[in-house]
Design a binder for this molecule. Structure first.
Ligand SMILES: Nc1nc2c(c(=O)[nH]1)N[C@H]1C(S)=C(S)[C@@H](COP(=O)(O)OP(=O)(O)OC[C@H]3O[C@@H](n4cnc5c(=O)[nH]c(N)nc54)[C@H](O)[C@@H]3O)O[C@H]1N2
Ligand SMILES: Nc1nc2c(c(=O)[nH]1)N[C@H]1C(S)=C(S)[C@@H](COP(=O)(O)OP(=O)(O)OC[C@H]3O[C@@H](n4cnc5c(=O)[nH]c(N)nc54)[C@H](O)[C@@H]3O)O[C@H]1N2
Ligand code: SF4
Ligand SMILES: [Mo]
Length: 706
């Protein structure tokens, strides 16, 4: 008899509710859960691939140990023994900082890793903590920290109630929203009065929008500062209810002086008249919001751009107002907890050894990882733990990182696959996957367009010989750091206990005694509960001294002269590379699902017809794409959907590497964009990897390099 279970798709930030129908040990059907209060039955093609991950014959179920080039399955106890010895040896011989950690994106969707994993990795006491944050949302987090006093206080567009949605460097129609959990975003966008998109590519979102404007990669901060310029010049600044809470407005008036729309136009490629108009529209529309995502973060001025997004929303009266940029009220609210624990965030407390890139929130920028391993010196990294990450494909200059990994004394990966990164490990510890574990959206509930809560029990019982991520890290903690009473106590409970505590003490918990949320209450409603639309949260939510919003943080102001130099320099010649996401890809690790990779090869380079003609390239031809760090050969797709001077390649491909155990993915290998991105290109303010806007040259494959 088939049974039906409510669960969560945790592949991306939309976190759609799903129903999973199971017969015996097989998934027979996955659908959107109509009863889910946020996703309401929406599903993208990736959700059904959860079944493929679950049944994947390539998925590891027992620990693997590498001896030379060969892998052997081993028992958990033997594997733990080996790993503990390897990690202890590195720490004992070379000190705490010699052991590095890299945490990947699925951590954010994994209750066990985000609680127990984080605690263990922090308890290791190493400065060499890395994660995907520094090739993703770090600029937004720095802005949140400096402006609102807490790194997690990132505002979310109140998408369902806005009349004007201005989107820079995001493609929610494909990504389904980021720092904006909004399942079924296409339908939601359809209900917005006007959508305006700034992107160097006419994206799927741009095609749905009322207006799309090409913008030169890396110039968003100039555009935003010119909007600020118009707001002041035309006396359009209107800060509304928050006025007594805002500091720095007068400083902004000075800072934006040089950034006139005319000067911005020459840098950004956006018409000056249109910039003026947009400033007026933003100021004149009661419910409007400016939103920016990965494209504005992973570029050389990401820190400034993320700051200025908040500034424009604040100066037009759209901060913390319905239809504007708002803050959530999640059922488990980690913000007061972390404030109590003194963990509001931090910036620049120390710097990376080799290049001096700044610490943020206790982590160093991942663009520095390879050099911290391969540059000789006392404090170099000798051991590495990766958890839920694939930095070889996902971080800049993957090939350098690969070479560096081979030079480590010891490496362990907590990962269900033998892939491009984990193949370099000495031991792989494979956790259970999505349908075998419970789920609660601890992190991303802080960034949803509506407050909801959902707890999903596991669909399948894990096999007797399988371990959850949290059990793996807890075991490592006890073996490497010594299992104190706290470790044993936590081990007895699992993350559910933390969840229960969080729910009961959260804003929807105890305070509403009889109706209060608890784990039991959520278990009775596995489709999820609705907690209402976003509500104004300021000033109460601010974690700054005096509960003020700092619109002009010193660290951002100090970086403005660098932007001014961009304003003064002529646009550079030649091509630059940007990325793109695809509906049936999920970063680097879902290409082993046949249903997601079938069809035409998707790892293609988009080239504008003028640029193609100049280089004698025709549609479908193979081209050689070269940068300062490397070169790859890739098929070209000639299209005017990219602006002249810009080429676009998706990231997360390049599965041809030897020894990878991904039988489907290796047949659809593609090439890795991060074979040509440059780890030396970072946003100087935040250290975020600038994988967007990489200078490249393009020639027909087989021709000598120009
Ligand atoms: N050029 C370029 N590079 C980029 C980007 C870009 O736009 N352009 N985007 C960046 C962004 S935004 C991100 S978030 C990063 C992503 O970078 P990463 O997080 O490093 O890489 P992923 O591809 O998400 O790989 C996830 C890994 O986790 C494993 N995994 C999946 N689920 C689980 C689980 O539940 N537990 C454990 N232990 N492991 C699991 C998978 O097998 C895989 O090895 O890439 C970044 N890199
Ligand atoms: N299907 C799918 N969904 C995903 C993912 C996935 O891999 N596949 N990954 C998830 C992850 S980890 C994340 S972080 C989110 C990201 O979510 P989004 O940010 O919405 O995703 P992207 O498609 O990378 O959008 C970035 C856009 O920025 C543009 N861009 C590049 N450079 C610039 C620039 O300098 N200025 C401007 N204005 N635009 C620029 C690119 O052309 C691209 O359209 O998506 C999540 N959702
Ligand atoms: S949009 Fe797709 S991948 Fe993302 S949570 Fe929903 S179903 Fe899963
Ligand atoms: Mo990401």
């Amino acid at each position: 008899m088939p049974t039906k279970h409510h669960h969560s798709c945790t592949l991306c930030e939309a976190t759609c509710g799903i129903t999973v129908t199971v017969e015996g040990d097989r998934v027979v059907d996955i659908r959107g859960d109509e009863a889910d209060p946020l996703s309401k039955g929406y599903l993208c093609p990736k959700a059904t691939a959860l079944a493929d991950v679950h049944h994947d014959p390539d998925r590891l179920r027992r620990p693997l140990v590498r001896v030379g080039e060969e892998w052997f399955e081993t028992s958990w106890s033997a594997a733990f023994e080996l790993v503990a010895a390897g990690l202890r040896e590195v720490r004992d011989r070379h000190g705490k900082d010699a052991l590095a950690v890299y945490q990947g994106n699925p951590t954010a969707h994994n209750l066990g890793l985000i609680t127990y994993g984080q605690s263990f990795f922090r308890a290791l006491g190493t400065r060499n903590l890395y994660s995907a944050t520094s090739i993703d949302q770090l600029p937004h987090m720095l802005a949140a920290y400096e402006m609102f006093g807490h790194q997690l206080l990132m505002p979310v567009p109140d998408l369902d109630r806005t009349d004007l949605f201005v989107c820079l460097g995001g493609n929610p129609a494909v990504s389904n929203g980021s720092i904006m959990t909004a399942p079924g975003v296409r339908a939601r966008l359809g209900r917005v009065g006007r959508v305006v998109v700034f992107d160097p590519r006419r994206t799927e979102t741009a095609r749905l929008a009322d207006e799309h404007l090409f913008i030169r990669p890396g110039t968003d901060a100039v555009l935003l500062l010119s909007l600020v310029n118009v707001l002041f010049a035309e006396d359009l600044v209107c800060t509304g209810r928050l006025t007594p809470r805002l500091i720095g407005v007068d400083i902004l008036r000075q800072v934006c002086r040089d950034f006139t729309p005319e000067r911005a136009a020459t840098v950004t490629g956006v018409d000056a008249g249109r910039i003026r108009e947009l400033a007026r529209e933003l100021a004149g529309t009661p419910r409007a919001v400016v939103y920016g995502r990965v494209g504005v973060c992973t570029q050389e001025f990401g820190g400034l751009a993320a700051w200025l997004l908040v500034v424009v929303n604040a100066l037009t009266g759209h901060l913390d107002e319905p239809g504007g940029a708002m803050f959530t009220t999640p059922a488990v609210d980690t913000i007061p907890m972390t404030v109590l624990a003194g963990q509001r965030g931090s910036f620049g407390r120390y710097r990376s050894r080799v290049r001096g890139l700044p610490e943020f929130g206790g982590e160093l920028p991942v663009a520095a990882l390879a050099e911290e391993i391969d540059t000789p010196g006392e404090a170099r990294i000798r051991g590495l733990i990766t958890a839920a990450g694939n930095p070889v494909l996902s971080t800049p200059n993957g090939p350098r990182l690969e070479r560096a990994l081979d030079g480590l004394d010891f490496m362990v990966s907590i990962d269900p696959y033998l892939n491009e990164t984990t193949r370099h490990a000495d031991v792989i510890l494979p956790p259970t996957v999505h349908l075998e574990r419970s789920h609660y959206e601890l992190a991303l509930a802080h960034y949803a367009v509506r407050n909801t809560a959902r707890y999903s029990p596991p669909v399948f019982r894990r096999g007797a010989d399988q371990r959850h991520d949290w059990e793996i890290v807890l075991e490592l903690a006890s073996r490497v750091l010594g299992g104190g009473p706290a470790t044993r106590l936590l081990g007895g409970f699992g993350p559910e206990v933390l969840l229960e505590l969080g729910l009961r003490t959260g804003p929807h918990g105890l305070r509403k005694l009889h109706r209060g949320l608890s784990l039991r209450a959520l278990k009775r409603r596995p489709e999820g509960v609705d907690l209402g639309p976003l509500e104004p949260r300021l000033p109460g939510r601010l974690a700054t001294r005096g509960r003020k919003v700092n619109l002009a943080p010193r660290v951002h102001l100090d970086d403005v002269p660098r932007l001014r130099r961009l304003l003064d320099s002529p646009p550079r010649d030649g091509l630059v590379l940007i990325g793109r996401r695809q509906l049936r890809s999920n970063n680097s690790w879902m290409h082993n699902s046949t249903r997601l990779v079938k069809g035409k090869p998707r790892c293609t380079l988009l080239v504008h017809p003028d640029d193609a003609r100049e280089r004698g390239l025709t549609d479908g031809a193979a081209a050689r794409l070269a940068s300062a760090t490397g070169e790859i050969e890739v098929p070209v797709e000639v299209t005017d959907a990219v602006m002249p001077g810009v080429v676009s390649l998706p990231h997360g491909w390049g599965h041809h590497r030897d020894g990878v155990q991904l039988r489907v993915a290796t047949r659809h290998a593609g090439v890795s964009a991060n074979d040509v991105t440059d780890e030396r290109r970072v946003d100087a303010l935040t250290g975020t990897a600038a994988v967007s806007g990489v200078p490249v040259t393009l020639t027909a494959a087989g021709e000598p390099q120009a």
